[in-house]
Design a binder for this molecule. Structure first.
Ligand code: PAF
Length: 282
């Protein structure tokens, strides 16, 4: 596996491979890799000649400095994991100046309202930061296909919108959330949980399964209050938001229309670790 530590090394490699007509798949990450990331590369390896990864902890998407400082940085272990997976041909480890040559600031985007609620509302500036780094990485790596996890479903929708708005010649593919045996969604943040917290956190998935059962059986407001009650009576956890939203517009719904698709979205603090999850409802 090739390792590129700056933009010019990466660009030369990409140009060489594009001239050879290789189809390129790419999945960007912030490191602290787990099997959820590896599933992106497994999918990419099936559909592309060349698979490229990137690891860059993007400062502009953190609205909370403590979260940025505490974000796990495990580059050497990540490189080994990528190598051992057998799916990845090259990893790009840019420096901040490779992504932000003019200084570490976000561009400002309008994603047709997809950014207005949930993570956009809770984390001001987050999607400007994500948009900035993803646009830059897509321009540098020039993939044919790029892979993003459904665990960050709003991010996935926004990246699809970004590509459309900027006319970037890449197809964005969403890959289902990978879960531990308990149902807890795989996340780099899980490493910050104690064993007891990790075990208790399965209640997030269990609650989403209950919501799936209640879907179109009880009202949206009744579901909302049942979910709120669950977390109000769970010690050590604070629910930041729960919302059932239209899967396409990502707007919260207060009624289930027959011809629309819906998804439940949730964020829960387990201790001081912020965990996010979602589930398609049908
Ligand atoms: O999902 C992530 O890990 C990040 O938001 C991404 C897409 C790599 C951009 O920094």
């Amino acid at each position: 596996m090739e390792i590129f530590r700056n933009r010019s090394q990466l660009t030369a490699y990409v140009e060489r491979n594009r001239e050879m007509g290789k189809v390129v798949g790419f999945a960007p990450t912030m490191g602290a890799l787990h099997d959820g990331h590896i599933s992106l590369y497994a999918a990419a390896a099936e559909e592309n000649d060349l698979v490229i990864s990137s690891i860059f902890v993007n400062p502009t998407q953190f609205n909370n400095n403590e979260d940025l400082i505490k974000y796990p940085r495990t580059v050497e272990a990540d490189i080994k994991k990528l190598e051992n997976s057998g799916f990845v041909h090259a990893v790009y480890l840019p420096e901040a100046e490779d992504i932000y040559p003019g200084g570490v600031v976000s561009k400002h985007y309008s994603f047709d309202g997809l950014e207005d609620q949930m993570e956009g509302a809770s984390r001001p500036g987050h999607f400007d930061g994500v948009g900035t780094v993803v646009e830059e990485l897509l321009r540098q790596v020039q993939p044919d296909n790029a892979y993003f996890g459904e665990k960050d479903f709003q991010q996935l929708a926004i990246v699809k919108k970004l590509v459309k708005l900027k006319n970037l010649p890449v197809t964005i593919k969403g890959i289902p959330t990978q879960r531990h045996e308990s149902g807890l969604a795989m996340s780099s943040r899980n490493t910050r949980l104690t064993e007891a917290q990790r075990d208790a956190a399965k209640i997030i998935y269990e609650t989403l399964l209950k919501v799936k059962d209640w879907f179109r059986v009880v009202s949206v407001s009744e579901i909302n209050s049942r979910v709120t009650d669950i977390f109000n009576s769970t010690p050590g956890m604070v629910m930041e938001y729960f919302m059932i939203a239209d899967e396409e517009t990502l707007r919260e719904t207060d009624f289930f229309y027959r011809d629309r698709s819906y998804r439940a979205f949730i964020v829960v603090f387990v201790g001081n670790v912020r965990l996010i999850d979602n589930m398609h409802l049908d």
